[in-house]
Design a protein around this ligand. Structure first.
Ligand code: NAD
Ligand code: GLY
Length: 362
């Protein structure tokens, strides 16, 4: 199997992202190579476990591990303390000790929850990410943000806790529903727009191959995305500075999710809208040309993602924006694109003017 390795350089918390088609068959030996011992709790959900748990279990058992399955209900609505308790219960029931570890098999919801369980169970046991959605392969499994939602907000409870490894099997994308697949492409466009112009060009040229889930195009796309994210995380693990660039497109994206009650748009779709609006704002401020803006919007459209803000009033958008984690007393930290492939961060106080640029008036 042709494997690619990307290092996330964080001193003693450094780890490798290993990527290939079919890697789930070799999870057992790879965990042995990492020096992991004891029991492996495989945290997954009722959608992913029937597809991939047996593969993981067989490889782990062949490598001599005791394996304990933990299957959770599927959905963002279950990313909460009740479900987290189900994980703790299963770990206690199976007498997992400090010498044991967790495998997080699923999308970002599973990765975030299983990672937080690993961070907190017995004050921390090792875990490995086995991401199975495009979004989790290019974003959430890398960088150590773990956690759950609180009834009053998304991801309010959590910890920075790095995995021991991220093992990405792009073959798992074969079973991913189309809409979920497109969501991952939204986050991928983000990397190109603000951090890597050449990658943007690649995405632009290969949009139809990506939509057809061509393996080579996907492997390049996932590995380049991981390398970009790994470099950002290595520079700023706890989002004190540059890591905020990963929130490009997310400010208005989150507002859209809030206003539509997290039901109409999936996260990546809301981010796609946010990217197009951020490009519009960047062009308004003179940070990019109309041609740059058109290219960004063109790629988002070509990838089958939405671009238009849903029709809510300026007052409603202002209210939604005021809940944004990135709003500080000094204004909203807004990530703009500088041309295509670079970024600049702006503190914006006049959010009414910001919304007017996007065509949202009183
Ligand atoms: P998800 O985990 O809900 O997965 C989407 C759907 O696809 C689910 O129904 C899931 O069961 C199903 N699925 C997963 N893999 C599959 C496969 N291979 N085949 C068929 N179905 C499959 O959603 P997501 O988009 O992966 O993740 C979203 C979550 O990630 C959110 O909770 C978000 O807050 C979080 N997130 C975290 C970070 C981070 O840095 N930690 C970054 C971005 C997003
Ligand atoms: N998804 C944003 C981050 O990991 O910082």
């Amino acid at each position: 199997m042709n494997l690619q390795h990307i290092k996330v350089a964080l001193d003693e918390r450094s780890y490798d992202i290993t990527l290939g088609a079919g890697i789930l068959d070799t999870v057992g030996p790879l965990c042995r190579d990492l020096g992991l011992s004891g029991t492996a709790a495989v945290v997954s959900n009722t959608t992913v476990a029937p597809l991939y748990y047996d593969l993981v279990r067989a490889s782990m058992e062949a490598a001599g591990y005791r394996v304990v399955p933990v299957s959770l209900p599927d959905g963002e609505g279950y990313k909460n303390s009740d479900t987290l308790n189900l994980i703790y219960d299963a770990l206690v029931d199976a007498s997992l000790d400090r010498g044991s570890f967790i495998l997080a098999l699923g999308g970002g919801v599973i990765g975030d929850m299983a990672g937080f369980a690993a961070a907190s169970y017995l004050r921390g046991i090792p875990f490995v990410q086995l991401p199975t959605t495009l979004l989790s392969q290019v974003d959430s499994s890398v960088g150590g943000k773990t956690g759950i939602n609180h009834p009053r907000g998304k991801n309010l409870i959590g910890a920075f806790y790095q995995p021991k490894a991220v093992l990405i099997d792009v073959a798992t994308l074969d079973t991913l529903p189309e809409r979920e697949f497109l969501c991952g492409l939204g986050e991928i466009v983000k990397y190109g727009v603000v951090l890597d112009g050449e990658f943007f060009d690649f995405l632009d040229k290969n949009a139809s191959l990506l939509l057809a889930r061509d393996k080579d195009a996907l492997i390049h796309t996932v590995s380049r995305s991981c390398a970009i994210k790994a470099a950002v995380v290595a520079e700023d693990e706890r989002e004190g500075g540059v890591r905020a660039v990963l929130n490009y497109g997310h400010t208005l994206g989150h507002a859209v999710e809030t206003l539509t009650g997290y039901t109409r748009y999936l996260h990546g779709e809301a981010v796609a809208i946010g990217i197009v609006q951020a490009a519009r704002i960047s062009q308004h401020f003179g940070f990019c040309s109309q041609a740059d803006r058109d290219r960004i919007e063109g790629l988002v459209k070509a990838l089958g993602l939405p671009t238009e803000l849903p029709p809510f009033s300026a007052a409603q958008y202002l209210e939604a924006l005021s809940h944004d984690k990135k709003v500080r007393q000094s204004g909203l930290l807004f990530i703009c694109n500088q041309g295509v492939g670079a970024y600049r961060m702006e503190r914006l106080k006049d959010l009414t003017a910001l919304l007017e640029i996007c065509g949202i008036g009183e």
